[in-house]
Design a protein around this ligand. Structure first.
Ligand SMILES: [Zn+2]
Length: 374
């Protein structure tokens, strides 16, 4: 998740009054005819132009972000469903969000999904995803970005898994007591971190390395007995940014049987967010580790006016300025879910075979989930 922290100031964040307990009833936002983030930001390719294989396949978006608010109206997810997505992994917490907030966000998201069974389903098994595809529903899993919300307790991993967390990485940009973040001091996994990876393997969560320090990612891939993914990271050779990954990391993740999922965040793509640019990053990964190890994790943030950073926290602590890759968050561009059919069409146009496109758009993640989720 990007969270657009640099456009946000702490005083723009409106904390809930202390002691307020979210109620399971429609909120003001939920009763609004146009909840925030529900409006498409770019035109959807006409359905008649969608490749048939896109309509027939499982389409997997490995990362998306709703505001981390209890009882949030998740209607914006309709944009994924309308764009033909079958599964989306929705963030439920980063390292700056405390355990209590993560649990309440999960509670609210789960409640919303269960209240809208005609269009959405919580993904517990691969069968749920296949069923969602057949019934035109969107299957949803959750992901965590960091490990502070574990509270150093390995048993929390099983709980999060049972609550719907199906993918997680261990450090969000900064180093912590478990792992190193990509803006930290290239810290590796700590002793506890190694145990966390083993427990993630055991309980059935996909091990993710986006936002991690290079050394942590290499350590994770050495310790993990299951395939590892980068759920939203691009090629550093094409776009030199600390959030992107180099050839050593790319080849290592391929060796685990895992996936690099290309993200649609402008500063991680490079000059622009055109579909051709996304495909250049796909090509780069495919040339190094093969079609079977590439996916899509566009990391769309549905409410760009909202910050999940706690009041008073300095955004620069989490998103330091990057020399040579500075960008203005207020003019930041990113790929929206409406682009998913266009990406599939673009891959075909660029010479990928039908089977390759099916694999990149979701088949590879289904394979990894089958091994990792148990
Ligand atoms: Zn992220």
């Amino acid at each position: 998740m990007l969270t657009f922290l640099l456009t946000q100031t702490a005083d723009k964040i409106t904390p809930r009054p202390s002691g307020e307990i979210p109620m399971n009833k429609p909120t003001k936002t939920q009763s609004s005819p146009h909840p925030r983030g529900t409006k498409a930001t770019e035109p959807l390719l006409p359905r008649k132009d969608w490749p048939q294989l896109y309509m027939d396949s499982v389409i997997w978006d490995a990362h998306a972000c709703l505001p981390l608010l209890p009882n949030y109206d998740c209607s914006a997810l309709e944009r994924h469903r309308a764009a033909g997505a079958t599964y989306v992994s929705v963030n439920v917490g980063m390292d700056f969000n405390p355990l209590s907030q993560c649990i309440r966000v999960i509670a609210g998201f789960r409640d919303w999904i269960k209240r809208h069974p005609d269009h959405y389903v919580l993904a517990d098994t691969l069968a749920d995803i296949h069923r969602a595809k057949k019934e035109g529903k969107l299957a949803i899993g959750f992901d965590l970005e960091g490990s502070v919300m574990l509270d150093d307790d390995l048993a929390m991993l099983g709980l999060y898994r049972d609550l719907g967390v199906r993918q997680m990485h261990l450090a969000y940009n900064r180093d912590n007591q478990i792992a190193g973040g990509c803006f930290g001091k290239n810290q590796g996994l700590t002793k506890l971190g190694r145990q966390v990876v083993q427990e993630i393997n055991r309980v059935g969560i996909i091990m993710d390395c986006s936002h991690s320090a290079k050394q942590t990612s290499l350590d994770v891939m050495e310790v993990s007995t299951k395939p590892v993914v980068f759920s939203h990271s691009n090629a550093k050779a094409l776009c030199d940014h600390p959030r992107n990954i180099d050839d050593e990391q790319i080849k290592a993740v391929g060796r685990t049987g895992g996936i690099v999922a290309i993200t649609g965040i402008g500063p991680f793509l490079g000059a622009d967010i055109a579909t051709d640019t996304i495909i250049r990053h796909v090509d780069y990964m495919v040339e190094r580790i093969g079609v079977a190890h590439v996916g899509i994790g566009i990391d769309y943030s549905f409410d760009q006016d909202h910050s999940d950073l706690p009041a008073g926290e300095d955004p620069a602590l989490w998103w330091p300025k990057v020399k040579g890759a500075e960008f203005n968050f207020s003019t930041l561009r990113f790929v929206s879910p409406e682009r998913l059919p266009d990406i599939a069409a673009g891959l075909l146009k660029h010479g990928y075979k039908d089977a390759d496109v099916i694999a990149i758009m979701g088949g590879n993640f289904m394979r990894v989930a089958e091994v990792c989720w148990k």
